[in-house]
Design a protein around this ligand. Structure first.
Ligand SMILES: [Zn+2]
Length: 373
């Protein structure tokens, strides 16, 4: 179990009753992480995560629960909410002041650690959870939720409407397929958590469905779809579905059914460096059942040009970037070495590709380096 410090903020109500809660948990830096360098392909693929429960909490024993953050951003002030079968609902049980990206930790319930504490229910009443559950609670009788007031926590709130089950998938277990990478790496697992959450955030922006309804998009027969039909396609995208997230080579992407694969350069560039690639939208078109005869995949003028779902996705993402409304980008992604290509100074890797410039500047242990952007 990870080391943690608990601080009990105290206040008094009008009767002088001491109120505590939410209890404050400080996760120490160095808490274990998922998707660490060195993790095996089997370990990487074993973790299933959900867009609508991206901070995954599971009761482990009578007195402990496991918390896994699949968010590749260090979060602050994450409030943990619990509901008890046949008991109190939506009780604030903990405030995690610092939740490092990709943390996995098993925690003891604060009402077990501090049974004398009072906890605050949704309606503001104080609850003596210690006397009810101070010795523990059956694993099947509790559910968890999270919330927060920071910008990113507010943005993650939108993703609770997206019922996608996600996992990194090794499509080339025999290492004999030319289009899939032999073994997905931990950095791919980390980058995919950013990429798929960014895509989900984009398609749930308030006016995206309107923009899609207004965009000229053809179906597999080459016929322009009605606004109503396009809203239906958007709703299907946001319906319950599973994605096996893969990494392709020699091509930019592969998609269809539950398969969603993109090249590592797509994971490294889109959302970090200005939406230069629309591969993911093209593959989502395939996932939704559209062929290259439809502009749900290629644009009306070929590739990413003209009208269609891919040009719209790219344009919309650029607008979000200008509005500083990207969920995860260079400014908050916790593992910069996953996407930065160092082009000068410490840790030099290689010169920049033709479409990038060596104008990024950063420091690593005080040593200056440049990176492509
Ligand atoms: Zn295609």
């Amino acid at each position: 179990m990870a080391q943690l410090t608990v601080r009990l903020p105290q206040s008094c109500d009008s009767d002088g009753l001491a109120l505590t809660g939410p209890q404050s948990l400080v996760l120490r830096l160095g808490s274990p992480r998922i998707f660490r360098d060195g993790d095996s392909v089997a370990q990487l693929g074993s973790l299933v995560y959900r867009t609508d429960a991206i901070i995954r909490m599971t009761a482990k024993t009578f007195t402990t629960f496991e918390l896994v953050s699949f968010v590749p951003v260090d979060l602050e002030d994450v409030e943990i909410i619990m509901s008890f079968q046949g008991g109190p609902q939506n009780v604030s049980v903990a405030l995690i002041e610092d939740l490092p990206a990709h943390t996995i930790v098993e925690l003891e319930y604060a009402f077990v650690t501090y049974p004398e504490g009072l906890f605050v229910a949704q309606d503001g009443t104080a609850l003596d959870l210690g006397s009810m559950y101070g010795t523990g609670v059956a694993t099947g009788q509790v559910t968890f939720a999270y919330r927060g007031t920071s910008t990113i926590m507010q943005r993650l709130e939108h993703l609770k409407s997206v019922p996608w089950a996600l996992r990194l998938y090794d499509f080339d277990a025999g290492n004999n397929h030319e289009n899939w990478i032999d073994d997905p790496e931990p950095q791919h697992a980390r980058l995919w958590t950013a990429h798929i959450l960014n895509v989900a955030y984009l398609v749930t922006r308030p006016n995206f469905a309107d923009r899609m309804a207004a965009e000229p998009i053809t179906d597999n027969q080459g016929t322009l779809m009605s606004a109503e039909a396009k809203r239906g396609v958007h709703a299907r995208l946001l319906s319950p579905r599973s994605f096996n997230l893969g990494v392709v080579t020699t091509v930019s992407g592969l998609g269809g059914g539950s398969t969603l694969g993109v090249a590592s350069y797509v994971l490294r560039h889109d959302f970090f460096y200005g939406q230069q690639d629309g591969t993911t939208y093209h593959e989502l078109g395939h996932v939704l059942g559209y062929s290259h005869a439809s502009t749900m995949t290629y644009g009306s003028e070929g590739g990413k040009a003209g009208k269609g779902f891919t040009p719209l996705g790219m344009a919309f993402a650029r607008e979000m970037e200008v509005a500083n409304d990207i969920l995860i980008d260079q400014s908050n992604y916790a593992f910069p070495d996953d996407h930065q290509i160092r082009c000068t100074g410490a840790g030099f890797e290689q010169a920049c590709s033709w479409f990038m410039q060596c104008t990024g500047l950063a420091y690593d242990d005080g040593d200056e380096y440049g990176y492509c952007e």
